[in-house]
Design a protein around this ligand. Structure first.
Ligand code: TZP
Ligand code: MG
Length: 220
């Protein structure tokens, strides 16, 4: 595994144009989240509710990367290695049904942090055999409104089982609210990744503070 501190997984914000509430813009929302102290950002623009055209996606990714860069926050692209290369993203996140993980590692594993979605024990055990993955995204912990094709909920017990089945850091995802953070941290997950908790927050500063101050334990 690349040698980096996994603290960047503590308060991981994921957002695309489809997740932005009325009256806000994506760059405005990301800027607010960065000012509040998020530790990672993933640009995940997909689905029928995306408001960006193909042509708009690259300049938007560049703009969001610049914002993250100014805060020294790693910038990830979901499921698009080419776009990640074009904007020199710090990382790329790949799902089970996305571009073959081994191919992604071959293409960009030397330069980028590689995240991989693993929702169950079989997927984690398979992924453990592949070298070059830096963290797993696991869930959904609870029901989510933000992903229409989400896998079944795994709950805190399911998360705990996955954390125990790997030496790699796991960031929990899916339906996470502020009151879940301490139970998630107790599983020794490395952090929480959220869309709506931040995107729909009335007080982003407070929400991110809650994420940062959860009792995260190093998974080593
Ligand atoms: N992968 C599994 S659940 C999910 C993704 C991208 C959506 C998480 O969004 P929210 O709003 O934090 O439930
Ligand atoms: Mg994906």
């Amino acid at each position: 595994m690349k040698d980096f501190n996994t603290d960047f997984l503590h308060a991981y914000f994921i957002c695309g144009s489809q997740d932005v509430p009325e009256g806000k813009t994506l760059p405005g929302l990301v800027a607010e989240a960065l000012a509040a102290g998020i530790t990672a950002f993933q640009f995940r623009d997909k689905g029928s509710n995306s408001t960006l055209s193909e042509a708009e996606r690259l300049p938007m990714a560049q703009k969001l990367h610049q914002l993250c860069y100014a805060y020294h926050v790693p910038f990830f692209i979901d499921d698009d290695v080419q776009l990640a290369q074009q904007v020199h993203a710090e990382g790329v996140h790949v799902g089970q049904s996305d571009e073959e993980i081994r191919q992604v590692i071959k293409e960009v594993g030397a330069q980028m942090i590689i995240g991989y979605s693993c929702s169950n024990l079989t997927q984690v055990e398979q992924a453990n055999k592949i070298s070059g993955i830096d963290y797993y995204g696991s869930g959904p912990i609870y029901a989510t409104q933000s992903k229409s094709d989400a896998d079944p909920e795994i709950g805190i017990a399911g998360l705990s089982q996955l954390v125990k089945s790997t030496t790699r850091p796991i960031v929990a995802i899916g339906g996470i609210t502020a009151s879940d953070l301490s139970a998630i941290a107790k599983t020794k997950a490395a952090g929480a990744a959220v869309i709506s908790l931040i995107a729909q927050s009335n007080d982003i500063k407070q929400t991110v503070s809650q994420m940062l101050t959860a009792p995260w334990i190093k998974n080593d």
